[in-house]
Design a binder for this molecule. Structure first.
Ligand SMILES: [Ca+2]
Length: 244
């Protein structure tokens, strides 16, 4: 039977693992020094970020279990980064053509969730764009955020999202009109996937076993009582007496 101490140690380890599962990290895409992305350009920008680097901030820690893809779906040309022009954003991801649908995909490794926290969108120059739409979806088709079709006001930068979006499946930040709009300051993080209900059941079962161990030990102590050492002493004395 496991000792009470080892059982407690196992419980403490389980609690520490569960606490670690809630720890977060954060990476910010600033696109500084990046020129083009998509169709193989830009290499591994944003992939498995282990520390701050060109175009990347990691104020909240790295994201080594997230891989990014930059996909212009409405053009055969890649995304381009513009140092200015998107209403005050510096180095924002846009396109050489207007009205180009596309997305940035965030794919977490197995055992991890991606959390998309925030991003900025700016309009090109002072024009307003009546066909704008910004969405966050997963690859199974679930829609987590949808601005609906709206007119993006001229000379404006807007910050999204109203609340962080977390997913085990790859998330896509979709903009229907890259070129008209530029994307910047994309902040995302990774969090260990929440343990399945079966894991919690095992943890609770462990707690129940501990409780049983504690009760059993208490009952044994009560039966033996405080005179245990006295008994041994008495029997030892009687043995010596009989030999004599
Ligand atoms: Ca930037």
């Amino acid at each position: 039977m496991p000792s009470l101490r080892s059982a407690f140690r196992a419980m403490a380890t389980a609690a520490a693992l569960l606490a670690a599962a809630g720890a977060t990290h954060a990476t910010v895409l600033t696109f500084d020094t990046i020129t083009q992305l998509g169709f193989g350009l830009g290499g591994t920008y944003g992939d498995r970020v282990s520390g701050a680097g060109p175009g990347l901030g990691t104020a909240g820690g790295p994201t080594p279990n997230i891989v990014l893809d930059f996909v212009p779906t409405g053009s055969t040309s890649p995304f381009s980064v513009y140092s200015s022009g998107y209403s005050g954003l510096l180095s924002a991801l846009g396109h050489t053509s207007f009205n180009v649908p596309g997305y940035v995909q965030f794919t977490p490794d197995a055992g991890w969730d991606v959390v998309l926290t925030s991003f900025d969108i700016g309009g090109w120059s002072v024009s307003s764009y009546p066909n704008s739409r910004i969405q966050v979806v997963d690859t199974a088709g679930a829609v987590y955020f949808d601005s609906g079709v709206f007119t993006f006001p001229g000379n404006t930068v807007r910050s999204y999202l109203p609340e962080p979006i977390r997913s085990s499946l790859p998330l896509r930040l979709v903009v229907q009109d890259f070129g008209d709009l530029g994307l910047d300051n994309v902040q995302f993080s990774q969090v260990a996937t929440i343990p399945e209900p079966g894991t919690w059941a095992m943890w609770l079962a462990g707690a129940a076993v501990l409780g049983g161990l504690a009760r059993r030990r208490g009952a044994i102590s009560a039966r033996q009582g405080p005179s245990r050492c006295t008994c041994r002493s008495a029997s030892s004395t009687s043995f010596v007496s009989s030999v004599r």
